[in-house]
Structures are given as structure tokens and as C-alpha cells.
Design a protein around this ligand. Structure first.
Ligand SMILES: *Cc1c(COP(=O)(O)O)cnc(C)c1O
Length: 425
């Protein structure tokens, strides 16, 4: 959390006062640290360097063009899950020839867009998708590079809504069917089996699931090779956890230690798709207190960020650290449980849903109307999952670098809300 720090009783992002940004751009406001983004990417680049991986930043974690451009310039490639994300990569100047395209429901138009963009590989999630890719590639007279997305039946011990590598969820192909589908690819001149893909879920806080996955992956790649495929890529997806609370997540090096030796021994190319790890702790959501009220024996802090801005608490029961920008009590090491000088409050937004709660029974210092509040670790799956529910315009996004800042998405207006709608005249 070093890029967001309390100094002299107030919160800074790098060398910039958060309160100054809120005064300039209003709230709710997303603030990113450019150096946090770069150092998180660098941590992965360094940890996995011995495997010379292609790191595909997962666009869905945060797809702002400025962030994509920054990632591209720092040597990252991209993982996309839709044609819209591929378009964003193009708009940001990204190299589409190193893009991995995942997703269980790619349309023919998306497949065509991927092939036209010369992407590195499609992560194929079903036999029907293989057929569709073959048909589009045949039409275009090209050979489509495919990686089979395998469901390795590994329990990554994450939230039910974010586990993806366990039998019975919608992702991937059952690992037992891999050879059968590989044979089908071999017999089809429009397809080339360049690798396998697994994405186990997110966020993952232990290394064991990756150790198991890479072992299974290497076995299968060797099977494919024995069957005559030129298969080199093992794409282990993303899912590396981050510290939402304190120090619950292992460093990138710990994941690399269980992955890199196996990849090197097998003589494979490694692809990774980290999203959250890169941007999660590089962004915060700043809001201001609209009202406080005591009702039903509880204290509610009603502030101007809501579930339409950051849906993770409502959707995944996710924990985000929350603390005032200019707190009356020094920020604790542990945000869970009782904190001296504080009282338990429900931090809620103005949206008309009981689920519009950013934090329940959270110990906070006293706040009053107009006080700024920071919700930490909001850089991943914040803006990308946001909506205009309750016709709430989305807040601005600002990038801080050292002592400077620049706006990377302007605040939406009421006009923006209705811009695509027509009424009969
Ligand atoms: C969402 C997703 C990722 C990124 O997951 P993180 O937890 O953000 O690292 C990577 N690969 C695929 C296929 C995904 O769907």
C-alpha cells in the first residue's frame, strides 16, 4: 500500500494530496497510482523472468485506455474476453499479435475480429466453439491458433462466484476430454493447437492450486506432443490474490517458484493473465459523506459512492479497507474488528437497494457531512463492473504519477446518461 499513504494526518497518492484531487474533480472519484501499476507489473515480470513469459494483462480488471497504454509501454500484452476489449487494446496502441482471447461465448463476429487482429491464441472453451472458429478461419483462408481451456477440477478456494477451475462451472473443457478434442484439431487444417489454458479462479491466496495446475498442464502438453501436435504454450491465467486486508496474499515470487521450474523442464512457453494483481491495489475510490444517521440501533454513514460504482461488496461479499482521507484516528494495521476511538458503522450508498452497502459493522472514526472517505483496493473490478443504476453518472478517473496528475476519464453528465436514447417526437 506504499503508494497510498497517510502523511501529516491525511491521505496521499504518491506525492499528491487526495483531498486536492477531490476538490478539483469532485466525488465519487477514482484515483490511480501510475507507479503502483508499474511496480506491480514489474513484480510479476521479475518473478517469472526465468520462464520468459508473455504477460497478458487482463483487460476486464480495468480497461481504461490510459492504463492499457501504460501496460503496453511497460511490455505487457493483453488478455481479452470480448470484441469490445480487443477494440480497446487496439485503441490504446497495443500489439494484438500477443493477445489471448478467452470467454465461453465468443460470437462469429468476435472470432473474425480476433483472426483479423492476428491474435496469439483463442482460449477455446467448448467443442462447439472449436467448430465455430474452424468455420470462420476456413472462410477467411487462415489457420486459427487455439489453446484448449481446460477445467482441471481444482478447487482454488475462492468465492463461489469467482471459482472457475472446478468441475461443474461453465468454464473450460473437462480435462478428460482434452485428447479427444485435440485429435479433432489435428485433423482440421483450419486449426492449430498451440497450447492449453487454465484459469482457476480469483483471487487465489495460496500457491497449491497453481502447482497442481502446472503439473496437469505439462502432462497434457506432453500427451499432445506425443500425438503429433506442435504445442508449446501453457497459459495459467490470472487469479493471483492481493492484500485487501493486511498481508494475506503471497508475493508473485511465491507463485513463480511453483510454476517456473515445471515450465522450463517441459520446454514450454508460459503465458499469464494477471489483472487484479496489477491494478487492484493501484486504485482507490474516494467518496464524500452526504449524511450520517442513527436508526434501528445502528450508525449509518451514507456517502456518495454506491454499488453502481463498486459492486464487489454487494456481489461477492468482498472486503475493502475503508478509512477517512483526513482521519481523526490514525489508520490501524488491522481494519477488521474493534478499533480504539472508533465505533461500528454501516458504510452505505444512496442506491435504492438494501444490498448497497460498502462495509457492514466496520469500525470507523467519527465522520460528518462533507468528509472524504477512501475505499482502498478499488483499482480492479471497480470501474469495469460499474453501471448507471439509479441514473447515477459515473465519477472521474485520475492518474497520479509522482507529484503530477492527469484526468483519464471525465465525470459523466446527465446528458451522457440519455445520449443513446430516442423518444418519439
Ligand atoms: C478474469 C480473468 C483473468 C484475470 O483474473 P485476475 O484475478 O484479475 O488476475 C485472467 N484470465 C481469464 C480468462 C479471466 O477470465
Amino acid at each position: 500500500m506504499d503508494h497510498f499513504e497517510y502523511r501529516d494526518g491525511e491521505l496521499f497518492c504518491e506525492e499528491v494530496r487526495i483531498a486536492d484531487l477531490a476538490a478539483e474533480f469532485g466525488t465519487p472519484l477514482w484515483v490511480y497510482s501510475q507507479n503502483a501499476l508499474l511496480s506491480n507489473l514489474r513484480e510479476i515480470q521479475i518473478a517469472f523472468a526465468d520462464a520468459e513469459p508473455v504477460i497478458c494483462y487482463s483487460v476486464k480488471a480495468n480497461s481504461n485506455l490510459s492504463i492499457l497504454k501504460l501496460m503496453n509501454e511497460a511490455g505487457s500484452s493483453f488478455d481479452v474476453v470480448s470484441g469490445g476489449e480487443l477494440y480497446r487494446v487496439q485503441q490504446a496502441g497495443g500489439d494484438t499479435t500477443r493477445v489471448a482471447f478467452a470467454g465461453v461465448g465468443k460470437t462469429d463476429a468476435e472470432i473474425r475480429f480476433g483472426l483479423e487482429s492476428n491474435i496469439l491464441m483463442f482460449n477455446v472453451e467448448s467443442e462447439a466453439e472449436l467448430d465455430a472458429i474452424a468455420a470462420v478461419a476456413g472462410d477467411m483462408g487462415v489457420v486459427a491458433p487455439v489453446a484448449l481451456r481446460l477445467n482441471p477440477n481444482i478447487d482454488a478456494k475462492t468465492h463461489a462466484k469467482t471459482t472457475t477451475g472446478k468441475k461443474g462451472n461453465k468454464f473450460g473443457i473437462d480435462i478428460e476430454r482434452a485428447s479427444e478434442l485435440a485429435a479433432k484439431v489435428l485433423a482440421d487444417g483450419r486449426l492449430s493447437l498451440v497450447g492449453i489454458h487454465m484459469h482457476l479462479g480469483s483471487p487465489i491466496l495460496t500457491t497449491e492450486p497453481y502447482a497442481m495446475a502446472v503439473k496437469k498442464g505439462v502432462e497434457i502438453v506432453n500427451e499432445f506432443r506425443a500425438a503429433g501436435h506442435d504445442t508449446n504454450w501453457i497459459n495459467l491465467g490470472g487469479g493471483f490474490g492481493i492484500n485487501y486486508k493486511q498481508n494475506e496474499a503471497p508475493p508473485a515470487k511465491a507463485f513463480a517458484d511453483v510454476i517456473v521450474p515445471a515450465i522450463r523442464e517441459a520446454g514450454c512457453r508460459l503465458a499469464l493473465e494477471p489483472g487484479r494483481f496489477i491494478c487492484g491495489n493501484a486504485g482507490v475510490l474516494i467518496s464524500s459523506v452526504t449524511f450520517t444517521k442513527r436508526e434501528g440501533g445502528k450508525l449509518f454513514v451514507i456517502q456518495d459512492a454506491a454499488m453502481n460504482d463498486l459492486v464487489r461488496p454487494a456481489m461477492y461479499d468482498a472486503f475493502h479497507r475503508i478509512w477517512p482521507v483526513k482521519p481523526a484516528v490514525e489508520a490501524p494495521d488491522d481494519y477488521e474488528g474493534e478499533i480504539p476511538g472508533c465505533e461500528p458503522v454501516d458504510v452505505v450508498g444512496p442506491v435504492c437497494e438494501s444490498g448497497d452497502v460498502l462495509a457492514k459493522a466496520r469500525w470507523l472514526p467519527e465522520t460528518s457531512r462533507g468528509d472524504l472517505i477512501c475505499t482502498f483496493s478499488a483499482g480492479a473490478y471497480g470501474t469495469t463492473m460499474s453501471s448507471n443504476y439509479n441514473s447515477r453518472p459515473r465519477g472521474a478517473e485520475v492518474m497520479v504519477s509522482g507529484g503530477t496528475h492527469r484526468i483519464i476519464r471525465r465525470r459523466e453528465t446527465y446528458e451522457d446518461l440519455v445520449a443513446n436514447e430516442m423518444i418519439e417526437s
